[in-house]
Design a protein. Structure first.
Length: 316
């Protein structure tokens, strides 16, 4: 178990992504996945109010609704539920009025009294940051949210958020959710990790498996007819990407583990990373996700993966 930032949120170092609920996993499949995840010791679930509005026939909030129905039917104890605001079709942006309305709608869909971890999903340049920070702080003061966090924010904007919150004496964020994995390292390692280290924030990376590429399933750039998510994964099947898969496969063999588990274990071993987010569309995928939370790579194995996935830092 690990604490998120300076919060009291004690979680398994793996978060189950809810982006597929209501998309590639229907209600029944989602219930099976949630059952398997919690039965295996998982207690950290990530979703957003906009999931999955991009699916034809959906209107947003489907993932939260499914999770809420599952919570009501199972009544589990000790879970940490994270959700986000700014992308629901009815609640776009981060104005104070919108944040409050969106949070209340999320609480209703989830069927909970308090959101454990509430993210600003995407930065909103149209709204003064002071207004957004104050609105998040008010949610904490009023008991609708326990802890706040940011997702997809630049390092400079995170610093500004923290400065504003400190000056106002309001809730400080405890986590950052960036796009981070073995084939997407530059932005996070150059700028976000230093901010997290400075302010004691935890990273909870999304796209931890690069849309499935880092499971080893996709070894061709031709993804036609495979699955709705295959295009996002297959684009990484370059010569460099496949060298990463080969190294993952070698290390997986040393541990009698899957490529999936090793990919997530590498991410978990990176500075400030608390819990990678990974989703499952089928219950059969859950064991490999859970196994990553206890898989300890050697220092040599981490270095080997660092080397094969190396990138050239941006010039300052």
């Amino acid at each position: 178990m690990t604490l998120l930032g300076r919060s009291d949120l004690d979680v398994l170092p793996l978060s189950l992504g809810g982006n597929v609920f209501g998309w590639t996993a229907d209600r029944d499949a989602s219930f099976e996945i949630l059952d398997a995840f919690t039965a295996g010791g998982g207690n950290f679930i990530d979703t957003a109010d906009g999931y999955s509005a991009w699916v034809q026939g959906n209107s947003g909030g489907e993932s939260e609704t499914i999770i809420g129905e599952w919570l009501a039917s199972r009544n589990p104890a000790g879970l940490t539920i994270a959700t986000k605001v700014s992308t629901h079709p009815e609640f776009r942006g981060l104005s104070a009025k919108n944040i409050r309305a969106a949070a209340e709608a999320s609480l209703k869909r989830l069927g909970v009294d308090t959101i454990d971890l509430y993210y600003a999903h995407f930065d909103d340049a149209e709204t003064p940051l002071e207004e957004t920070v104050a609105a998040f702080g008010q949610l904490v003061t009023d008991g609708l949210v326990r802890h706040t966090a940011v997702s997809n924010y630049s390092a400079d904007r995170i610093r500004s958020w923290i400065s504003i919150a400190q000056d106002a004496g309001t809730a400080l964020p405890v986590a950052i959710q960036p796009h981070y994995n073995l084939v997407h390292r530059n932005d996070v390692e150059e700028s976000i990790v230093p901010v997290a280290e400075e302010f004691g924030l935890s990273l909870v990376p999304y796209y931890a498996l690069a849309s499935g590429f880092l499971t080893g399933k996709y070894r061709s750039t031709d993804a036609s007819g495979i699955s709705p998510r295959a295009g996002g994964a297959a684009k990484y099947a370059t010569e460099h990407g496949l060298r990463i898969i080969d190294e993952l496969e070698r290390i997986a063999g040393e541990h009698d583990a899957s490529i999936t588990s090793v990919s997530l274990a590498w991410l978990r071993a990176q500075p400030t990373v608390a819990a990678p987010i990974a989703s499952a569309s089928r219950v059969e995928q859950v064991p490999d996700l859970l196994a990553s939370a206890t898989l300890e790579l050697t220092a040599d194995e981490v270095r080997a993966l660092n080397a094969v996935s190396d990138w050239v830092p941006a010039k300052v």
